[in-house]
Design a protein around this ligand. Structure first.
Ligand SMILES: NC(=O)c1ccc[n+]([C@@H]2O[C@H](COP(=O)([O-])OP(=O)(O)OC[C@H]3O[C@@H](n4cnc5c(N)ncnc54)[C@H](OP(=O)(O)O)[C@@H]3O)[C@@H](O)[C@H]2O)c1
Length: 267
């Protein structure tokens, strides 16, 4: 792990694949910084794109022929392979930097290395924030990345500079290490939030600060799609163990309480 220091910057032509909630969130800052933005997606997002000054392509072929420096993959984890397999990659005229922002990292890394032509560069990233937590800016929010296969350093540095210049905490970390750490932190956070949501926990007139935090967590997590949540589980090989650890821990805590109750009743 190391913080990235001086990254060079230039205006980039960035094509986003998957213009859902997170793709739109990232695009707004990239437009603000002066990058030329294009997008393609399953759904017709041309109206919002017009509003943001982004060219929207229904036709994936025209999108790939638009001379992008960077192709930024913002599709759901579950749709990654289908979306990429549907792209006519033979239309790419030159080396392009493929960047993904999926919330799991080993899976897209392996897929991109296996699927993309060898001459394409690959940068795997995970901005550790979203439309809620990054609403008021990205300062001090973590941005994790691994330079998986990078030969055009200028394009790669310019892309990383987008996040560095917004004040992100740049964390260079292998995809494997990311998935280990994220299963133990992000995935558990989502599970706890989902459990609260499932229990339909309501705000009360006597909320403690701690309850307030948990209640907000359940609301934030429920704002993410179920595709994102299930992707964190299905495509992170460390997540299953964390779910089992959580089940065991809940059972242990319950046992301790029951034992104490028995002790008190037998006094
Ligand atoms: N939200 C966050 O806070 C956050 C933070 C960091 C990273 N990420 C990552 O960013 C990516 C996007 O996240 P998200 O929050 O926007 O929600 P998401 O539900 O994970 O992904 C939505 C995107 O996936 C596309 N998509 C879903 N199913 C598809 C299918 N069968 N075929 C083609 N496209 C499909 C949608 O396209 P259409 O819009 O065209 O339907 C949309 O662009 C995910 O990989 C997620 O892990 C999200």
């Amino acid at each position: 792990m190391s913080a990235s220091s001086s990254l060079s910057s230039q205006c980039l032509k960035i094509g986003i694949v998957g213009f859902g909630s997170f793709g739109q969130f990232l695009a707004k800052t990239m437009v603000k910084q002066g990058h030329a933005m294009r997008a393609t997606s399953r759904t017709d997002h041309s109206k919002i794109c017009n509003h943001l000054g982004i060219s929207f392509f229904i036709d994936a072929r025209a999108f790939l022929e638009a001379d992008n420096d960077v192709i930024l993959i913002c599709t759901s984890i579950l749709s990654l392979s289908g979306v990429l397999q549907a792209l006519p990659l033979e239309c790419l005229k030159r080396r392009t930097l493929f960047v993904d922002v999926l919330s799991v990292k080993e899976y897209p890394r392996n897929f991109l290395l296996q699927f993309l032509p060898e001459e394409m560069d690959v940068l795997c990233t995970h901005p550790m924030f979203g439309p809620d937590s990054g609403r008021d800016g990205w300062k001090d929010l973590a941005f994790v990345y691994e330079r998986v296969r990078v030969r055009d350093e200028i394009i790669c540095s310019s892309f990383l500079h987008i996040f560095q210049s917004e004040g992100c905490r740049m964390v260079e970390m292998s995809c494997e290490e990311h998935d280990k750490v994220a299963a133990n932190s992000q995935f558990l956070t989502h599970i706890i939030g989902r459990v609260f949501s499932e229990m339909d926990i309501k705000s009360t007139p006597i909320n403690t600060k701690s309850f307030e935090t948990l209640f907000q967590l359940s609301e934030t997590v429920a704002n993410n799609s179920f595709d994102l949540f299930s992707g964190l589980f299905i495509h992170n090989r460390f997540a299953k163990q964390e779910l089992e650890n959580l089940e065991h821990a809940l059972e242990k805590v319950k046992q301790k309480l029951l034992e104490k109750m028995n002790e008190e009743q037998n006094l």
